[in-house]
Write a new protein. Structure first.
Lengths: 140, 140
DNA sequence: GTATATGCAAAGCATTTGCATTAAA
DNA sequence: TTTAATGCAAATGCTTTGCATATAC
C-alpha cells in the first residue's frame, strides 16, 4: 500500500483512477522518471490516461511538496523524485541520464560564506554529481 | 580587447563577424545570458546575425571548454557562463532568474563519501544556491 | 579554390493551455 | 448536484536540422 496515496487522501485530495495510478508508478520505483516515462508506465495500468493528466498531476504533487522536480545539465526532460521527505542530493550518469539519490556528509548550505551571498536571501541548495554509471562505463 | 577571441584565434578558430560579435557579447558582461539574450545583444552590432549561428557558436564554445552551459531548476532556457577557467558555483534568484558566480569554502567533491558512489566514476559536481536577489526581495 | 560557417525555414521535443466532457464527493 | 479532473488537440518555448548560399583561409 502506498504511503503517498495515504497522505494525499488525508489531505483531501480528490482521488481519481489516473491519480492513483500515477502515485503508484512514482511510489513503486527507486529511479526518477520523466513525465513521459511516468505516462508510459501509467498506460500499462490505465490505457486511456492522457499525457495532460500526467503533467497536471505531477505539477500538483510538486506544489503539494510530495515529490521533487529535478533538472540536470544536458538532460532534456525534467525528472520526478518521490523522495521529498528526507534531504538528499543526486548522482547522474552523463551517458544514459540515470539518476540516483545520494546523501552527503556535510550540509552544503554551510559552504556558501556570508561574503558570497550578495544580499540574496538564500533558501535552497542543490548539489548534483555527474559521472558514468557502472553499466555505461562497461561499454566504453 | 577580448581574451576569449585571443585564445580562439590561437586555437585556429575560423574567425567570422558573427563569432567575433558573440564572443564580445559573452566577454563584456558579468551576468549569464540565455541564447536569446546573446542573440538580442549580437543583433545590435550585427543586424543580420541569425539565431542558428548563435546556437552553433555557443555549442562550439561549450565543446571547446571556453564557456559553460548552465541549467537551473525552473528556468526554461539554458544560460551561458563565460567564466570557464576558474572553478565556481552559482547563486540564482528564483524570482527573476538572475544568476551570479559564487566561490565556496570547500570542495564539494569531497562531500560525497565513497560509500555513496555506487560504482560511478564521478567526474563533476555542480552546486546551485537558490533564493531572492535584493531587488526581487524589495518588491515582496 | 576549398572547406567551413551562415541564414532561412521547417521540424523536434517537452510542456502548457483552452475547452467541452466526465466523474468524484 | 456541484465542483473539479480529464482528454484532446492546438499552441508555446527552446533548440536542432537540412540545405543552398556566402565567406574565411
Amino acid at each position: 500500500m502506498s504511503d503517498l496515496l495515504e497522505r494525499l487522501r488525508e489531505r483531501g485530495w480528490r482521488l481519481t483512477a489516473q491519480r492513483r495510478v500515477i502515485a503508484e508508478v512514482l511510489d513503486g520505483e527507486h529511479i526518477h522518471f520523466t513525465a513521459d516515462e511516468v505516462h508510459a508506465r501509467a498506460v500499462r495500468r490505465l490505457p486511456e490516461i492522457s499525457r495532460a493528466s500526467v503533467y497536471n498531476t505531477l505539477g500538483e504533487l510538486v506544489a503539494l511538496g510530495e515529490i521533487i522536480e529535478v533538472t540536470t545539465e544536458g538532460g532534456r526532460a525534467k525528472r520526478y523524485d518521490p523522495n521529498a521527505h528526507q534531504p538528499h542530493q543526486h548522482l547522474v550518469c552523463s551517458a544514459c541520464g540515470t539518476m540516483r539519490d545520494v546523501h552527503l556528509t556535510s550540509d552544503p548550505m554551510a559552504s556558501l560564506p556570508e561574503g558570497e551571498r550578495f544580499g540574496f536571501t538564500v533558501s535552497d541548495v542543490t548539489v548534483t554529481y555527474y559521472g558514468r554509471c557502472p553499466s555505461c562505463a562497461a561499454e566504453a
